[in-house]
Structures are given as structure tokens and as C-alpha cells.
Design a protein around this ligand. Structure first.
Ligand code: 6PG
Length: 224
């Protein structure tokens, strides 16, 4: 599989460049559409990108922001990706964006699936989708060995509950169809371990290496 990989000398520069790429894509979308949708990952990698992106004035009041996946925890949990968005992205000019949260307060994601479908459907198709990846080759919460992995890779539903050995708590994740329908897709990774995992994933099926499902037409951004 041939994919475009952009290598940066360091992560700081990569995050600034990505903020510029994503903001330009959103601005271009807003020139010919009333609204745009941006999906972003949680986890430990994208914080500095959020700091830079949220500071760019681009007409955020017409932008929907959602996560590619969320841990099923309330926003006062340190594990909440939504809390990360509120703290790092939706500040400054980006505070005007419309956040589409996943966690509903229900005991489990299966209890509120219709609400989740409606929320995600309101933001589709994605204009820009940024993804992260784990060293186990998961992306979003499409985990190897995940309870609903095959359905989430091939099914029609926009969002799927997921449980996995590599995830601490129940998750919800956008499905591969929604991720692949995005007009523009980027994957951001750092460090040699993830770079090696990416190389392995290129030659494996998505059931083993879920990130392989979204690699075609995705621009990969890597820094040591
Ligand atoms: C999450 C993410 C997940 C993340 C990867 C990489 O909730 O954990 O959305 O898909 O992008 O696990 O995580 P790190 O950036 O923490 O390595």
C-alpha cells in the first residue's frame, strides 16, 4: 500500500504545520459550505496541536467539532477526551465551535445508541478527520481484538460501542465508513515505535491492524 508520509524534524514543528493545514482546509470548506466538521483524536499526542489550532481565527462559529472516539467516562474524569477538547482546543477563537460530545451519562454506550447516532449524523460528512494511532496499530477506538471491530470496519452505523483488552474502559468510536468518507484525512504519530507499527500495518489486514483500514488517501505526519 502506498501512502504519503510527511516527516518533520520535531513534534513541535509538526503540530504547528498540522494546525495550519487543518485550519486552511476548514477555511476552504467554509468558503463554499455553511458549516464544516472536524473530527480529532484524544489521547496524549494532540494537546500541542489543539493549542495552536484553537488560536487560529477561521470562523469557528460554523464548525462542528467531535472526537474520533471517546472513553465512556464523565467529563470530570482525567480520562475524558471531551474534557481535553474543552481545555486545549475550544478556547480562544475556537470556543465558538459547536462541540458534539459522545458521553451521555448513561451507564453504558449501548443504552444510548440512538442519541449517539443522531449526534454524529448531524456532523456528517466530516470535512477534516485527524486520527491518532497506538503502538498496537489501533486508530480511533478500532482496537485489535475489539468487541465490535469487524462491525465497525465494515458496518453502516456511524458510531460503535467498543470494548477491548487494550482499552481501560468502554469506548465509542466512529466507524471506518465515516472515517473514510471524510473529505480530508490525516494521521499524526510520534516516535520510532509508532513508525515501526505503521510500517507493519501497511502489510496487514485491518482485522489485525485496524489502522490499515484508513490508510489509503490518508496523509501521515510523523516526528521522532
Ligand atoms: C484515545 C484516542 C486514541 C489515540 C491513540 C494514541 O482516546 O486514546 O483517541 O485513538 O489516538 O490511542 O494515543 P496517544 O496519543 O496517547 O499515544
Amino acid at each position: 500500500m502506498s501512502i504519503e508520509i510527511i516527516e518533520y524534524p520535531d513534534a513541535e514543528l509538526m503540530m504547528l504545520k498540522l494546525a495550519s493545514i487543518i485550519s486552511n482546509a476548514l477555511k476552504a470548506t467554509l468558503r463554499h459550505q455553511d458549516s464544516a466538521s472536524l473530527a480529532v483524536p484524544g489521547g496524549s499526542t494532540p494537546g500541542p496541536l489543539f493549542d495552536a489550532l484553537g488560536a487560529i481565527d477561521l470562523g469557528w462559529d460554523r464548525v462542528n467539532v467531535l472526537l474520533t472516539d471517546e472513553r465512556w467516562v464523565p467529563e470530570d474524569s482525567p480520562r475524558s477526551n471531551t474534557a481535553l477538547l474543552r481545555e486545549r482546543l475550544l478556547v480562544g477563537p475556537a470556543a465558538k465551535a459547536t462541540l458534539i460530545p459522545f458521553f451521555t451519562g448513561a451507564a453504558s454506550p449501548e443504552d444510548d445508541l440512538t442519541t449517539l447516532y443522531d449526534r454524529v449524523a448531524s456532523a456528517l460528512p466530516l470535512s477534516v478527520c485527524l486520527l491518532g494511532m497506538g503502538a498496537d496499530m489501533h486508530t480511533a477506538s478500532l482496537f485489535p481484538g475489539g468487541s465490535a471491530l469487524e462491525d465497525a470496519l465494515t458496518g453502516e452505523a456511524p458510531v460503535w460501542p467498543m470494548r477491548a483488552p487494550g482499552a481501560d474502559e468502554p469506548r465509542v468510536t466512529l466507524g471506518a465508513r465515516v472515517l473514510n468518507d471524510a473529505f480530508q484525512r490525516h494521521l499524526v504519530i510520534t516516535g520510532p515505535e509508532k513508525r515501526e507499527a505503521l510500517e507493519r500495518a501497511r502489510h496487514l489486514p485491518p482485522t489485525t491492524a485496524p489502522v490499515a483500514a484508513i490508510l489509503p488517501d490518508t496523509t501521515v505526519h510523523w516526528a521522532p
